[in-house]
Design a protein around this ligand. Structure first.
Ligand code: HEC
Length: 132
């Protein structure tokens, strides 16, 4: 590498201008971080389906009907456990988000993936909560 034959015309940035530039870059980085925290984190924690389900109040009675039709074959008509585990006290093992994931994800075969409407999911949650 050889040095340029003519000296550069532009003056090197002064120390104070460099300080201003890094201060502005810091402010920009903080803004990006704040926006990411405010916008992305809650969205990652709760998808729209889970959010709308949790905003509804469920009926344990309707939840029981749904349970008898869809779930009792594996979990027993009183949720006492059969192919699937006993669900009494399940809400002390899993929070609402985990219960919803259990029902809609299909991640633990042989339990299938269900796609209840948010209101039906809220009803199922109410039923599961009532199983002490
Ligand atoms: C084909 C059988 C089957 C059906 C139908 C089924 N499940 Fe399951 N379920 C399972 C099995 C097996 C597990 C255990 C999965 C594992 O953790 O490996 C399970 C686990 C669960 C759990 C977690 C239990 C715990 O102790 O953590 C919940 C809650 C649950 N089921 C709710 C339901 C609901 C609500 C329905 C109806 C919408 C349903 N299941 C339908 C088989 C079934």
């Amino acid at each position: 590498m050889t040095a340029p034959s003519t000296p550069s015309v532009a003056a090197p940035p002064t120390a104070s201008r460099r300080g201003l530039i890094s201060a502005l870059m810091l402010v920009a980085a903080v803004c990006v971080a704040v926006v990411a925290l405010v916008v992305l984190l809650p969205a990652a924690r709760s998808d729209p389906y889970t959010r709308s389900t949790l905003q509804l109040s469920g009926s344990g009675e309707r939840g029981e009907q749904l349970f008898l039709i869809n779930c009792a074959g594996c979990h027993g008509i009183a949720a006492q456990g059969l192919v699937g585990p006993n669900l009494h006290g399940v809400n002390s093992r899993k929070n609402n988000r985990q219960l919803i994931q259990q029902v809609v994800s299909g991640r633990t075969p042989p339990m299938p993936r269900f796609q209840p409407e948010p209101q039906a999911m809220a009803d199922l949650l109410a039923y599961l909560h009532a199983l002490t």
